[in-house]
Design a protein around this ligand. Structure first.
Ligand SMILES: Nc1nc2c(ncn2[C@@H]2O[C@H](COP(=O)(O)OP(=O)(O)OP(=O)(O)O)[C@@H](O)[C@H]2O)c(=O)[nH]1
Ligand SMILES: [Mg+2]
Length: 562
């Protein structure tokens, strides 16, 4: 969604530190010399050390470290950028989701993030793992600089398509806010998996600064000498778009997908929010039969179009096998594809260790306000507090002046993300000025307040990615309606957030929020078309696992079948 945002001239902030006065926790490094001893020591001693270590590492990364087989080594991994290479490969590979054999140092997040997220209750299916390994082999065979790639590019230059090329490609064109980009890449990748095509991504201004390569021994970046250079300007009017080619009868095909006339060398798939009815035929079975054979598809989308792929009969069975739990598509594909580069991983780990690791619980609050004015707005603050207190995400403040200190009080660290720092200031002050009704100690942190969206600026996008990841590392999440930024965090973290309803008329909605039905993102611009009957239909009422979204009545999202 695009909304105008005004720049602010607010100076750069630094987040507030934790408010609670806790004793300096023992650094886990001190435990390392003890590790050998601990192997021989009694279970009781191990238990005691585990308890102490818990004070200095996040509970979850600690648990993951313990699973990986070495507490000392795991702490080293998180703190010193070295990683245990010994046991625990099952966990660091996310139950086989990630391929082994990458150089760990060149992309620390690839295997480290697996150890920092909470253990996911969702396992990837054996069929998904097989499909990913096959895809990796295909990508290696057809990827940039291979003979087959060069051959396909030659054919593209010749201007004629042919059904015989061994490698066929989906080129993802960079466009839109970072959340949208991540979701449309994941959708394009699933489409490539389903059609045995190879995904290449246009690096835009910074995709290679943000993400590591996801596929072994190859690159997913579209080579800079790719012969089509004008795709950055493609839009709904582009004559090479699928919709316009159909309209102008530049292409035609029979029911089996074969074309009587010579095929174009490439087709542009305009799958943005503003796409037309003919562009939407992409989601019809017959059109898919034809598009499968086109050697080069250039795809531009700002949407998570996965739910509508589930409504194409030809892909139904395969998708069921790939994702027996339908609501885990982005969770698995997101964790498979998006590994922040070492610079971004540094932003994530330094912040996490400084402000979040020591708390007993971490709460993420993601605030995205879709107003022309920058705010902060009182009604948004009211809504955040109403939701988090009603749903017991955060405690009420009792208003009593006396501070009762008990030794075992629980601490919660709130990670707040927003372009504006007004909400952070108010919530932090509230918990500073008054004690909580429960006695819990609340610290509030906001990594950045960038003021307005600055797509194209390198550090801005690095911070945005770091914040999405940090949110995914929390235990409880509150997100804003309509925000792809929040969808990415919830999907990566496997968190079912509390979604703040979109305010109407500058008023806090009542109820302020609701629990998400699933961890999946919402497809904001789905087609409502029955391809067989050739008439409109409610695509949110066709199958139990594709439903309308909680935060957008016309959107579609995957849920687990009841
Ligand atoms: N660092 C940071 N950047 C943000 C935040 N919220 C929005 N942004 C910036 O604004 C962009 C918003 O685009 P998306 O990531 O797609 O998020 P969205 O909430 O779907 O917003 P729209 O695309 O504008 O509808 C982000 O990519 C960031 O560049 C935030 O909390 N922190
Ligand atoms: Mg967005």
């Amino acid at each position: 969604m695009r909304r105008p945002q005004q720049p602010t001239t607010a100076p750069d902030p630094e987040s507030e530190g934790a408010l609670r006065a806790s004793p300096t926790p023992p650094r886990l490094n001190y435990l390392r010399p003890l590790t050998a001893f601990l192997l021989l020591a009694s279970l009781l001693a191990v238990g005691a050390v585990l308890y102490r270590a818990q004070r200095s590492l996040s509970i979850d990364s600690f648990r993951a470290a313990a699973r990986a087989g070495s507490v000392g080594a795991a702490s080293e991994g998180f703190e010193n950028d070295t990683f245990p290479s010994s046991s625990g490969s099952k966990d660091k590979l996310l139950h086989g989701l990630l391929a082994a054999g990458f150089d760990e140092q060149s992309c620390l997040s690839r295997y480290h993030s697996a150890l920092s997220w909470k253990e996911s209750p969702h396992l990837p299916s054996p069929y998904l793992l097989e499909k990913l390994r096959n895809y990796e082999a295909l990508h290696k065979k057809c990827g940039p600089n291979t003979e087959l790639y060069k051959k396909s590019v030659e054919q593209l230059k010749s201007g004629h398509g042919s059904q015989s090329t061994e490698c066929k490609y989906v080129v993802w064109v960079s466009y839109s806010g970072l959340g949208n980009r991540i979701l449309s890449i994941a959708s394009s990748f699933l489409y490539a998996l389903l059609t045995n095509k190879v995904l290449l991504i246009d690096r835009g201004s910074d995709m290679d600064d943000l993400f590591c390569e996801p596929f072994p021994e190859s690159s997913w970046l579209l080579p800079l000498d790719f012969p089509i250079t004008k795709f950055g300007t493609f839009d709904i009017k582009t004559p090479e778009s699928y919709g316009n080619m159909l309209k102008n009868k530049a292409i035609s095909y029979s029911v089996d997908g074969t074309s009587p006339q010579s095929q174009p060398a490439y087709i542009y798939l305009h799958l943005s929010h503003d796409y037309g009815d003919r562009d939407k035929l992409f989601f019809c079975e017959d059109d898919q039969k034809f598009l499968r054979n086109v050697p080069w598809l250039l795809l531009r989308s700002n949407n998570y179009f996965v739910p509508s792929l589930f409504l194409i009969p030809a892909y139904e069975e395969e998708l069921r096998q790939l994702f027996p739990e339908a609501d885990t598509v982005f969770h698995h594909l997101g964790r498979y594809l998006f590994h922040p580069t070492n610079s971004v991983w540094g932003l994530i780990t330094r912040y996490y260790q400084s402000y979040l690791a020591k708390a007993d619980e971490r709460v993420g609050i993601q605030i995205r306000v879709f107003e022309a004015d920058t705010g902060p707005f009182q009604y948004v603050l009211d809504q955040i507090l109403a939701c988090s207190q009603k749903e017991k995400v955060l405690p009420d403040v009792s208003g009593q002046e006396t501070v009762v200190s008990t030794p075992n009080v629980k601490s919660k660290a709130v990670l707040l993300t927003s372009l504006n720092n007004g909400y952070f200031e108010k919530i932090r002050n509230m918990y500073w000025e008054q004690p909580t009704a429960t006695g819990e100690i609340i610290s509030v942190h906001q990594p950045s307040h960038e003021g307005y969206q600055q797509t194209g600026k390198q550090m801005h996008n690095m911070k945005a990615l770091a914040e999405m990841y940090l949110l995914s590392l929390t235990d409880v999440l509150v997100t804003s309606a309509w925000s792809t930024f929040g969808y990415v965090a919830q999907g990566l973290g496997g968190l079912q957030p509390w979604i703040l309803y979109k305010p109407d008329n500058q008023t806090a909605p009542d109820p302020p929020c609701r629990r998400a039905m699933s961890i999946e993102p919402c497809f904001h611009a789905p087609p409502f078309y029955d391809c067989k009957a050739k008439k409109g239909i409610d695509t949110g009422a066709l199958v139990p696992h594709v439903r309308h979204c909680e935060d957008m009545s016309w959107g579609l999202k995957l849920v687990n079948q009841a």
